[in-house]
Design a protein. Structure first.
Length: 251
């Protein structure tokens, strides 16, 4: 690894497992100190933080419901107090479930929007002012190819993730004059617990329709996040990068 992020602090929401965990560990190997948040998986979050420390970096694991403004503010306050100002944000915290239109209630719709879209807003806005003052900041949000394709069982999830991509573009334009870049990753099916909501038959259908013939690994998304945070992507902002094994292509 290059230690490209030495003396920088990264905040990774949803960092106890899946993509968030892979991102946290990758950034630590690149030299960053890492704060990671969790909702209920305290032991897993602490285990991830311990692995960060074993790589020689400082770490903080803190509980945070990203849909609660006070939780998000406290997470950022603790990160700043214990590790330093946030240079990098990778917002992975999200929920997903399946519901046919006959089963999709307003309560489920609202919960999904609150966590996935409002949570993105709250987290980005909790760090952006300090980044703007320091004239340095890099933010990566997580959308999904579900934001770009029809999903009859994921109306709520797809809508929330489409909002994340739109919010990313708007923030990128607004923050660019201050040296703050904002980009988005839209993964396809990745081998995480969230993917487990799909029936096995549907998983096999997805694999069959993926040109690369498999589902992705969390570490592959972490590599893209690392690129978007690095100087290697210094002329990129407001972009949504599809990482789907070729299942979704734009061009």
């Amino acid at each position: 690894m290059t230690a490209a992020f030495t003396d920088r602090v990264a905040l990774v929401t949803g960092g106890s497992r899946g993509i968030g965990r892979a991102v946290a560990l990758r950034l630590a190997l690149e030299g960053a100190d890492v704060a990671l948040s969790y909702v209920a998986r305290r032991e897993e979050a602490e285990a991830t933080a311990a692995e960060v420390r074993r790589s020689g970096r400082r770490a903080l694991a803190a509980r945070c419901n990203v849909a609660e403004p006070s939780d998000v503010q406290e997470l950022v306050r603790r990160t700043r107090e214990e590790l330093g100002p946030v240079s990098f944000l990778v917002h992975c915290g999200a929920i997903s479930n399946l519901a046919d239109h006959t089963e999709l209630t307003y309560e489920r719709w609202r919960e999904t929007i609150e966590v996935n879209l409002n949570g993105t807003f709250l987290t980005v806005f909790a760090v952006k002012d300090e980044m703007i003052r320091r004239r340095f900041g890099r933010i990566v949000t997580l959308s999904s190819i579900a934001a770009l394709l029809p999903r009859k069982l994921q109306m709520h999830y797809s809508a929330s993730k489409a909002g994340v991509a739109a919010l990313t573009r708007c923030c990128a334009e607004a923050f660019a004059p201050y040296g703050v870049r904002v980009n988005c990753i839209a993964p396809g099916l990745i081998d995480t617990e969230m993917a487990g909501i799909l029936p096995e038959a549907r998983r096999q259908e997805i694999i069959a329709s993926t040109p690369l013939g498999r589902i992705g690994r969390p570490e592959e998304i972490a590599s893209v996040a690392r690129f978007l945070l690095s100087d290697e992507s210094s002329f990129m902002t407001g972009q949504t990068i599809l990482v789907s094994g070729g299942r979704m292509m734009m061009g």
